[in-house]
Every structure is written in structure tokens, then in C-alpha cells.
Design a protein around this ligand. Structure first.
Ligand code: C5P
Length: 225
């Protein structure tokens, strides 16, 4: 049992997939369940923190005490993050943001055309939400990212940590079956500029609790520097 020792601390967390509209009835998305982000939000709220969860579409219940903002697209998530992150102590980007969105969204449902056996949808890059938060000049929160990798986990995670100017990155090796996307379990390896730590395979609720411990410790250490 942990006391409500995070009273007065505020976190903004992104979770789940994004949906990128093609036309009024179709979209591009991914398999993110949102479970990891929701578990972190729940763990922080249980300890008394003020938690804002910016969530793409998921089937999950809002954890008790958490303020949830529902969005569909990466651009909407970006806007909500820009609005809420600067007033937060900690920003955790757990969402599986679509890297690209259709360049044009058709106003009407797109129709099959006789004789046309293929079609092209041009995609444009979405904003990198977490990098934009880490680059804030005023009100920059302690910024935590995730990295799902299938190989050379440490190398890719550390280069993301540096490129996006994060304070901490939580890497998971999604080539291991039974962890990561959509699973109830996960294993993470944390990397920050001066160190690293493995959090072995556990259910996401347990991992959320451990992760909040680590994040708060690093956040507090950073404030003393
Ligand atoms: O570059 P990559 O997508 O692997 O980075 C993953 C991290 O960046 C995650 O923390 C994810 O939430 C965040 N991200 C983001 N906006 C994007 C793409 C990724 O915030 N457009």
C-alpha cells in the first residue's frame, strides 16, 4: 500500500492509438490497446496525483480519479497535449501516435470506380507530440517517452532519448511474444541520460506502479540538480 504522497503533483499522459481519417467512414490506425498508459494513469491517481489522460479510442474504463480527454487524431492529441502539458510537472507519452495521416480527407465517402483496380492515398507526416512538449521553452514538464523496438533496443532507445530531448525513455522489445501491444503484460528497460534500469515482465498494473516510482524518483532528483 502506498500513501497519497503525490498530492500536489500533476501529470499529463497520452495513451492508445490515433485514428487518421481517410473519408467520413474510414480511417488508418494501429493495434494499441491503451492498457499501459491507463495503468500508469491509475497508479499515479492512486497516489494522489492530479492526472489528465489524453486518450485515443480504447475499450478501457477511465481509472478512478483521472480526468480523461478523448481525441481521435494525432493533430487533436497534439492540441490537447499543448494545452495541458505546460501546467504539468510530468508528461508521459504512452500513445501509439500514427506517424502519418492522409494528406486530404475526402468530404464524401470515397467510391469504387469501374475499371480502377488500385488507388493511392498520399500520406503526410504527423507532428511529433512528445518532441514538441520536450522542446517547450516555458513550462516544460519532465518528459517521458516510450519506444517499441524489435531489435537493437538500447541503441534505438538511446538515440530517441537524445533526438526527442526526453528525460527518460521506456523501451519494450515487441519481438518478444506476450508483451507490449495489446498484451496484459509487459517488460520495460528504462534509459535516462545518466543510467538505466530493467523492469522485468509483469502485468501492466504492477508495471504502472513500478514505473511511477521510478519516474517520480528521477523527477525529484532532477529538481535538486
Ligand atoms: O519515434 P517513435 O514513434 O518510436 O517514438 C515513440 C515515442 O514518441 C512515444 O513516447 C510516442 O508516444 C511518442 N510519439 C509522439 N508523437 C508522434 C510519434 C511518437 O508523441 N507523432
Amino acid at each position: 500500500f502506498k500513501p497519497a504522497d503525490l498530492g500536489g503533483m500533476s501529470l499529463t499522459i497520452t495513451a492508445g492509438p490515433t485514428r487518421e481519417a481517410i473519408d467520413p467512414v474510414r480511417y488508418l490506425t494501429n493495434h494499441s490497446s491503451g492498457k499501459m498508459g491507463y495503468a500508469i494513469a491509475e497508479a499515479a491517481a492512486k497516489r494522489g496525483a492530479t492526472v489528465t489522460l489524453i486518450s485515443g479510442p480504447t475499450n478501457l474504463a477511465t481509472p478512478h480519479g483521472v480526468t480523461r480527454i478523448n481525441i481521435d487524431s494525432a493533430e487533436q492529441m497534439h492540441q490537447a497535449a499543448q494545452e495541458h502539458a505546460p501546467a504539468s510537472d510530468i508528461f508521459i507519452g504512452c500513445a501509439a501516435v500514427a506517424d502519418f495521416r492522409p494528406a486530404e480527407v475526402a468530404e464524401q465517402k470515397m467510391k469504387k470506380k469501374d475499371g480502377e483496380d488500385d488507388m493511392v492515398i498520399r500520406l503526410v507526416k504527423n507532428p511529433d507530440i512528445i518532441a514538441s512538449i520536450a522542446a517547450l521553452e516555458a513550462g516544460r514538464p519532465f518528459t517521458v517517452g516510450f519506444a517499441a523496438e524489435t531489435q537493437d533496443v538500447e541503441q534505438y532507445a538511446r538515440s530517441k532519448l537524445a533526438r526527442k530531448q526526453l528525460d527518460l525513455i521506456c523501451a519494450n522489445d515487441v519481438s518478444n511474444e506476450g508483451q507490449g501491444f495489446n498484451s496484459d503484460q509487459n517488460a520495460l528497460h528504462l534509459y535516462w541520460p545518466k543510467g538505466d534500469k530493467a523492469l522485468p515482465l509483469a502485468n501492466k498494473a504492477e508495471l504502472g506502479t513500478q514505473l511511477i516510482d521510478e519516474i517520480v524518483e528521477l523527477f525529484k532528483a532532477g529538481q535538486q540538480d
